[in-house]
Write a protein that binds this ligand. Structure first.
Ligand SMILES: [Zn+2]
Ligand SMILES: [Zn+2]
Length: 326
């Protein structure tokens, strides 16, 4: 396996020893980047091979996310919902629409995260001339705005870069952070609902997940039951969906909490890691610099129809705590 990985070059860097990789991961954590982002720094890779590998990685993340959400929707629509609401056709119709509503809202926000990425160039309007205090990006050979950072996986400098999302295959940044927050909210709600449905289905057809018989859901036990015909293929699939819903729900809850705290504090993940509080203003200002006018925020969580509304500012210049524009 390691030979295969070495050949593909996706997951291993033969020129780095384990201790060097750990040191890089620790440095990355201190600078607010994830160890995965540090791992994919491209110093020793040629530009073309790095681009091919990272494009494949981004596509793989999107494929994983897309196929998983479609499988969850399909199994809910055809198996768990009809089972749970077998005696109540009206409730079944209503719950089906609830599930579709969550799925549509989640998908639209997810797509907006991908398509509303804020690259410095050519997406940014050239209304602001580069300032002398802007730092220089060695990769782009250009000076880049305050709070922008280069992303090796997006091949560009990203305005107010927060972090690179491997499931969306883009950075969370100035324009798309609000869609990310809404998508996380729907992932959390969808996962909780999916977990509840899975548990109901498994309680009636196999065993309850959250009971003293929880150990029957350990993969080896589950596989044994499946091989010897005690658990059906549907039970096995719903069990896998239940596990994914549980782990994806926990991950979404973590990221959502982090994002809310960072938005309230007026920081990005990178700035949080570095302890930078330069751009922290009042609560209303901090929220509007991510979501746009505060009166519209509740509507984003109902339907992303107000996608044309931009966050406060131009993404290039930022006011500091002293009210100075940098
Ligand atoms: Zn750059
Ligand atoms: Zn990125």
């Amino acid at each position: 396996m390691s030979t295969l990985n070495n050949e593909m070059g996706f997951f291993t860097r033969p020129e780095k020893s384990f201790s060097e990789a750990m040191k890089d991961a620790w440095k990355a954590a201190q600078s607010g980047r994830s160890p995965m982002e540090a791992h994919f720094e491209t110093d020793s890779l040629s530009e073309e091979s790095a681009r091919q590998r990272f494009e494949a990685l981004n596509a793989a993340g999107r494929f994983f996310y897309g196929s998983l959400s479609i499988i969850v929707l399909y199994l809910a629509d055809t198996t768990t919902l009809p089972y749970v609401y077998a005696d109540d056709p009206d409730a079944l119709t209503t719950r089906r629409w609830v599930f579709y509503y969550i799925f549509i809202n989640l998908t639209l926000n997810y797509l907006l995260v991908i398509f509303q990425l804020s690259k410095y160039k050519p997406d940014a309007l050239p209304t602001v001339a580069p300032k002398e205090w802007w730092k220089y990006c060695d990769r782009c050979k250009d000076r880049i705005p305050t709070r922008a950072h280069h992303c090796p996986l997006c091949f560009a400098c990203i305005l107010r870069r927060d972090h690179h999302c491997f499931f969306a295959g883009v950075c969370i940044s100035y324009n798309n952070q609000r869609y990310f927050v809404v998508a996380l909210t729907y992932i959390l709600v969808g996962c909780l609902y999916s977990l509840w449905l899975s548990n109901k289905y498994l309680s009636g057809t196999y065993r309850a997940m959250f009971s003293s018989e929880w150990y029957y859901f350990l993969p080896p036990v589950m596989l044994y039951d499946f091989v010897f015909g005690i658990a059906t293929i549907k039970v096995l699939l719903i069990c896998v969906i239940g596990f994914f819903s549980f782990s994806a729900g926990l991950t979404a809850a973590y990221y959502l909490t982090m994002q809310i705290l960072l938005i309230i504090r007026g920081q990005t993940t990178h700035e949080f890691g570095k302890g930078i509080i330069t751009y922290r203003r009042g609560l209303k200002h901090n929220i509007e610099s991510v979501f746009g006018p505060i009166c519209l925020v509740p509507f984003y969580f109902i339907f992303p129809v107000v996608y044309c509304v931009k966050p406060k500012g131009n993404g290039l210049e930022w006011e500091t705590v002293n009210g100075k524009k940098v």
